[in-house]
Design a binder for this molecule. Structure first.
Ligand code: ACO
Length: 436
């Protein structure tokens, strides 16, 4: 294959296979490497490309999020994640991801008002919770209940109408915190706390999680700020497994609530959103600093199947820009709560130190990811480990909805349909049961 520029300055890739040659256009984005448009490859050369997991394939065009994994860059609509996490409210980030630009003061007020209009759940949904076991994983409750919203908003199925898409987007982003907090309350056997529309998004979620009917509850501003940051840091991350799942489900024209439920299911796995929960389980398993060397030896042993949870990333191969902000937030929260010498934090810092200097991790470019510290922050806030992934899903709903909307609004949008390299039996004749 060779890449060249023709007279019209169009860069093309010339691909030759078995004596046949075809020219494929090369597409340039605003940032990032060029991509070869191979859509005509099957018709011109009678071949497909092989890319299991789509790691080297651009499955869509997008204007929402840009990541440069080698340089540790993450931009939402062009804005660096560190600036957003330090200076923006989560509502501003929601508006930005959904609409492409930051809101002005009037737009911001209207948007917040509109979001709070949708925080309540249909009272019938309360009954759904009673159908779950009290010890159900909150991700199971979240996945089921978000999917069930499709039964309450059948109008959302007509996604050809822009107003229906916008309404579904607002409903999803506004209602998922209520469902998430209620999933927690349900597993605790506590009464549900209704949304309080005088609070901002992060405060309201904390209130629905921790307030009790019987006593006043005041949201701690340091914890609300930390929650705001955690939400921003998890809001979107380009075409990851769960987002691609939402896009794939959405490409069929499915109801948006069902598509987001599909994203929640994909996020649940320990290689994706389940990692923050897995980090805490790992730290608890290690228990003491003295046990770290033996644990690291296990991690390096390929036969053990043990991984250093919270380390490594499919895209970031130098550092995860979200991890640094998370580390700082972790110290702020522990300081505010007066947690000194937290044994888990000490273990985490020691693990990080060892791993960052160990050739196994250095050579493989394995650095702490966003989940390494988020688990410790959430634990300090009193959020149980089973709620870590639901919280991630709550934050990521904004990204999923923004990417879903972008996909549906793309001219010429088609159903997603990957191909395969078939390795099964060649054609053969059926043999009747009594002849086998
Ligand atoms: N601990 C030990 N070894 C690891 C780890 C880890 N956490 N991650 C990768 N490696 C090793 C692999 O075994 C492989 O070694 P090899 O080259 O000797 O075979 C090498 O590093 C490359 O790893 P890949 O599996 O190719 O990396 P990939 O990009 O496919 O995986 C992933 C990324 C899934 C995140 C992986 O690093 C992992 O499982 N990490 C732990 C789970 C985790 O923290 N996930 C959260 C991701 S962030 C998020 O979803 C928000």
């Amino acid at each position: 294959m060779s890449v060249s520029q023709n007279e019209g300055k169009q860069t093309t890739a010339t691909i030759s296979i078995g004596g046949k040659t075809a020219e494929m256009p090369v597409m340039s984005g605003t940032l990032g490497p060029d991509v070869i448009d191979i859509r005509k490859l099957p018709s011109q050369l009678d071949v497909f490309t092989f890319d299991p997991g789509y790691g080297e394939t651009a499955s869509c065009t997008s204007k929402v999020t840009f990541i440069d994994g080698d340089k540790g860059i993450l931009l939402h609509r062009g804005y660096p994640i560190a600036q957003l996490a330090e200076e923006a409210s989560f509502e501003e980030v929601i508006y930005l991801l959904l609409n492409g630009e930051l809101p002005n003061a009037t737009e911001y007020q209207q948007f917040r008002q509109s979001l709070t209009n949708h925080t309540l759940l249909h009272e019938q949904i309360r009954n759904f919770f009673n159908g779950f076991r009290r010890d159900a994983h909150p991700m199971a409750i979240l996945c089921g209940t978000v999917g069930a919203l499709s039964a309450f908003y059948p109008d959302a199925s007509d996604i050809a109408l822009p107003e229906n898409r916008q309404l579904a987007a607002m409903r999803l982003i506004a209602k998922v915190p209520t469902i998430t907090a209620w999933a927690y309350k349900y597993t605790q056997g506590e009464a549900f706390i209704y949304p309080n529309n005088s609070l901002n998004y992060a405060e309201n979620f904390l209130s629905m999680m921790f307030a009790r009917e019987v006593e006043p509850y005041k949201v701690n501003p340091v914890l609300a700020r930390a929650m705001n940051r955690i939400l921003i840091l998890h809001a979107d991350h380009e075409q990851n497994a769960s987002t691609s799942t939402v896009r794939m489900a959405g490409s069929t024209g499915a109801n948006p609530f069902a598509c987001i439920a599909a994203g929640i299911a994909a996020l649940w796995g320990p290689a994706h959103g389940g990692a923050n929960e897995a980090v805490l389980k790992m730290l608890a398993h290690i228990g003491r600093k003295e046990n770290i060397p033996a644990f690291i030896a296990q991690v390096k042993d390929k036969n053990s199947g043990v991984k250093l949870m919270g380390f490594g990333h499919r895209v970031y191969k130098n550092f995860d820009p979200r991890a640094k902000i998370m580390e700082r937030t972790c110290h702020e929260v522990l300081g505010e709560l007066g947690i000194k010498d937290d044994p888990l934090l000490e273990l985490a810092i020691e693990l990080e130190k060892i791993a960052l200097n160990d050739p196994y991790f250095v050579e493989r470019k394995l650095y702490p990811n966003v989940d390494f510290y988020s688990g410790i922050i959430l634990k300090a806030m009193g959020i149980p480990t089973s709620m870590f992934t639901p919280l991630f899903a709550l934050a990521r709903t904004t990204g999923w909805v923004s990417q879903w909307k972008e996909m549906i609004e793309e001219p010429g949008q088609r159903i997603s349909r990957p191909r395969q390299l078939y390795l099964g039996a060649a054609q053969r004749d059926f043999v009747a049961l009594d002849k086998r």
